[in-house]
Design a protein around this ligand. Structure first.
Ligand code: ATP
Length: 247
């Protein structure tokens, strides 16, 4: 275990997860520095969701090591998970609860005193442009605003690593771009490393690093500009298709 002060926010070392004969995650290693925005770019079936399930502690890898802020997920899952925030691909808010009700429920799961939770909820909803919606039923919110509530919930316990699994699925282009801009500014404000899984190349250009995942393996771990240059391509999409398209 690395000390928390010197540790990368997120570390994966040769992580493997199989389903029978399928190697969904096949020896994946990478790290993310505190406050970095890392895009995990992969086509359907690349292993992104499986990787997120391992990072979220829903499954244990067959082999390999995962650390969050220097805490080993296998040996110290409680402190490791306490530093992790997650926005899952499928929306998971209770639509019958108010916005604040959803957030208070999450705060309770983290053992946060109500007064601390209310202070953070008010500040975060204001930061996310949702102050006026705090007492609305969540069902009344647009898809883009529901995602913002999920983001507020994921950040409420002040994690150091934020996992976002294809968070723009189902959003219109303006909401997609707003969410991305918000994350890019908030990760610096909060010093939270973001791992953003996507198959959309236009969501990757502002990333500090892009990791291309295909058939469970890391094909590239570099900057968006270098990804394009190394492939002799003109765009991220061209580079991505050259690496992962039909051979
Ligand atoms: P998508 O973008 O379509 O969600 P993904 O990159 O998230 O894809 P995964 O869902 O992790 O990819 O799937 C990786 C591989 O593992 C695929 O071949 C998939 O069929 C397989 N797989 C995933 N979950 C299971 C499971 N529970 N049982 C068997 N195979 C699985």
């Amino acid at each position: 275990m690395t000390s928390e002060r010197d540790a990368p926010a997120l570390l994966l070392d040769n992580v493997v997860k199989t389903y029978g004969s399928i190697r969904a995650v096949d020896g994946v290693s990478f790290s993310a520095a505190p406050g970095a925005f890392v895009a995990l770019l992969g086509p359907n079936g690349a292993g992104k969701t499986t990787l997120f399930q391992l990072l979220a502690g829903l499954f244990v890898p067959d082999s390999g090591r995962i650390e969050i802020m220097g805490q080993d997920m296998r040996r110290n899952p409680v402190p490791a998970l306490a530093k992790l925030g997650i926005v899952f691909q499928q929306p998971t808010l209770d639509l019958e609860l108010t916005v604040t009700g959803n957030l208070l429920f999450h705060a309770g799961l983290h053992g946060m005193p109500r007064s601390v939770a209310m202070r953070r909820i008010e500040a975060d909803l204001a930061r996310l442009g949702l102050a006026k919606r705090a007492h609305d039923r969540t069902a009344q919110l647009s898809g883009g605003n529901r995602r913002r509530v999920e983001l507020a919930r994921a950040l409420l316990h002040e994690p150091r690593v934020l996992l976002m699994d294809e968070p723009t699925v189902g959003l219109d282009p303006a909401s997609r771009s707003d969410l991305l801009k918000l994350i890019l500014s908030m990760r610096t404000e909060r010093s939270v490393a973001v791992l953003w899984a996507t198959h959309l190349c236009n969501e990757v250009s502002g990333a500090d690093r892009v990791i291309v995942l295909h058939h469970g393996k890391v094909l590239a771990d570099t900057t968006p500009a270098k990804l394009v240059a190394d492939a002799g391509a003109h765009t991220i999409e061209e580079a991505f298709l050259a690496m992962t398209g039909p051979q």
